[in-house]
Design a protein around this ligand. Structure first.
Ligand code: DQA
Length: 146
């Protein structure tokens, strides 16, 4: 049976490709979406790929996962380090969640070392660039097909 995965991208990730490419790489968000979709379809996973700069919209999307999705992959961008609301939403829906970051947040400024998302995630993939999103598909496949 096809499993549905909600992929959420937070603030400023719409600018990938031109945003600090030395940190975040040259791939655009559309490139990442296409890579994920290609990898997911033979695995019988349906990917719903979204981006928002608005915290409340992301909270609403996470709440949709209660009824509409089997798992969540999330790169919350800067909201990773600030958003109790996103953490609470993830804890409330209680769906397997994989946290992704393009850069290695632990190699960067101190304020990026703490993630609110991690408290609600199965695990974190950080520092592998766009490939990290594909690694998240591997991780999520194991979990939802069990
Ligand atoms: C990021 C890391 C965050 O610290 C930053 O605010 C982002 C992107 C990453 O993918 O490396 O917007 O989540």
């Amino acid at each position: 049976m096809t499993k549905s995965i909600l992929v959420i991208n937070g603030p400023n990730l719409n600018l990938l490709g031109t945003r600090e490419p030395e940190i975040y790489g040259a791939d655009t968000l559309d490139d990442i979406k296409n890579m994920m979709t290609s990898k997911a379809s033979p695995l019988d996973l349906a990917i719903d790929f979204r981006q928002s700069n608005v915290e409340g919209e992301i909270v609403n999307w996470i709440q949709e996962a209660r009824t509409d999705f089997d798992a969540i992959i999330i790169n919350a961008g800067a909201l990773t380090h600030t958003s109790v609301a996103i953490m609470d939403a993830l804890l409330a829906v209680d769906k397997p969640t994989i946290e992704v970051h393009l850069s290695n947040i632990f190699k960067r400024e101190e304020f990026r070392h703490h993630s609110y998302i991690s408290a609600a995630a199965v695990g974190m993939i950080t520092g592998f660039g766009a490939i990290g999103y594909l690694m998240a598909i591997d991780a999520v496949t194991d979990i939802v097909k069990q």
